[in-house]
Unconditional design. Structure first.
Length: 108
């Protein structure tokens, strides 16, 4: 385990087949997961402001897209839990040497 990438994350990728949606689970070690928790008062109750940023070094065979789900840690469930972050953006960063090329995945 490296200091730069000390975490494990589980990603559920949507697999759509007609009207059915299933999930494909992938567990990734050596990632960096930075979460921020917060809430706000709404007219009808509290709302979540929880967000997450996951830094994933480039590796072959890993695919994900906006709308997929991600959590910190290893999960064995075949479907994402209710509190999983919904991936909203994926930025590819490939500057400098190849050792630091990575994706920055944001979710809420």
């Amino acid at each position: 385990m490296s200091r730069m990438y000390p975490h494990t994350a589980t990603i559920w990728t949507k697999v759509a087949a007609g009207d059915n949606t299933t999930w494909s689970r992938t567990v990734l070690s050596e990632v960096r997961f930075e979460g921020v928790q917060g809430s706000r008062r709404l007219a009808y109750g509290d709302g979540s402001l929880d967000t997450g940023l996951v830094i994933i070094p480039f590796r072959s065979g890993v695919t994900f897209a906006a709308g997929d789900r991600i959590i910190k840690g290893r999960a064995e469930d075949t479907t994402p839990p209710e509190d999983a972050h919904h991936i909203t953006t994926i930025d590819e960063l490939s500057v400098g040497c190849g050792a630091i090329h990575h994706w920055e995945v944001s979710g809420k």
